[in-house]
Write a protein that binds this ligand. Structure first.
Ligand code: NDP
Ligand SMILES: O=C(O)C1=N[C@H](C(=O)O)C[C@H](O)C1
Length: 249
């Protein structure tokens, strides 16, 4: 059995420490370096794949460094919009060899929640997203909520949906949440929470709620290991989302 050599960026953080345990616990992966300081990036030289769970301000620089050093990147760090994804695509194009997999959420159930939300969206006049996270989270809205809003907006556009009804003319700033491609996203930061999201749909006489809850951070690890195992063989230099690895559209 071929063993994949893995480095971890953000190794002492909430997610990175789980990744270290998962990589050490799997029979087909070997931990070569656990890095929590950008000055020590060089320790991952010799790795086939580096997993990044760091900070939205750091991650694009980390991916660039990995691309320049010929190492595949499996990225969970949030904070990616279209401009950042475009920057990563340019970086990878300039450095032939390694691939990057950027997954807004490595939870298999979370990926299914996003997929189901996109499928449901064309059938409802209104869709809004409520995400709930622990109060130590740096970014809002969450990467998962942002990605869900993009998927919902895309599905609505392809179906020729009208803009969602909303008569608000007077508003305390923020009361209606953030507007992501026409989809309202509301972010709660609560002690006691880990990572949760509800996509709320409404039409005449009916509503639907699709809810996902991460109960612990270990739950993300099967998705992370799947990414580690598959990133080198992905057909595209940059893959966004775990969907293609799960056979989802
Ligand atoms: N895709 C997914 O499924 C998931 C994604 N996430 C995302 O992962 C990211 C990390 O979350 P979380 O683990 O809670 O955050 P933490 O703050 O607990 O961990 C981040 C760690 O990264 C370190 N770090 C910061 N910059 C660098 C760098 N350039 N190189 C190496 N290490 C660095 C930090 O060190 P220091 O504190 O000293 O700065 C810290 O120890 C967030 O963006 C979060 O949204 C989280 C859960 C699931
Ligand atoms: O910061 C977190 O905790 C999480 N971040 C990711 C996000 O921004 O969507 C994934 C998950 O929600 C946990």
């Amino acid at each position: 059995m071929a063993v994949i050599k893995v480095g971890v960026f953000g190794a002492y953080g909430r997610m990175g420490s789980e990744v270290v345990k998962a990589v050490e616990g799997a029979a087909d992966t070997e931990l070569v370096a656990a890095v929590d300081d950008p000055a020590e990036r060089g320790a991952v030289r010799g790795a086939d794949v580096v997993v990044d769970f760091t900070h939205p301000d750091e991650v694009v620089g980390n991916i660039r460094w990995l691309a320049e050093n010929g190492i595949h990147a499996v990225v969970g760090t949030s904070g990616f919009d279209d401009a950042r994804i475009a920057e990563v695509r340019e970086t990878l194009a300039a450095n032939p060899g390694p691939n990057a997999l950027i997954a807004p959420n490595f939870g298999i159930a979370a990926v299914l929640m996003m997929n189901f939300a996109a499928k449901a969206a064309p059938y409802f006049e209104s869709t809004e997203i409520v995400e709930l996270h622990h109060p130590n989270k740096a970014d809002a809205p969450s990467g998962t909520a942002y990605r869900t809003a993009e998927l919902v907006a895309g599905a609505r556009a392809r179906a020729g949906a009208e803009p969602m009804p909303d008569a608000t003319t007077s508003e305390i700033p923020g009361a209606r949440g953030a507007d992501v491609e026409g989809v309202r996203v509301h972010a709660l930061r609560m002690t006691g929470m880990i990572a949760h999201q509800e996509v709320v749909f409404g039409t005449h006489g009916e509503t639907l709620r699709i809810r996902h809850d991460s109960m612990n951070r270990e739950s993300f690890m099967p998705g992370v290991l799947l990414g580690v195992r598959r990133v080198a063989g992905l057909p595209d230099r940059v893959t966004v989302g775990l969907e293609p690895l799960l056979g989802l559209d």
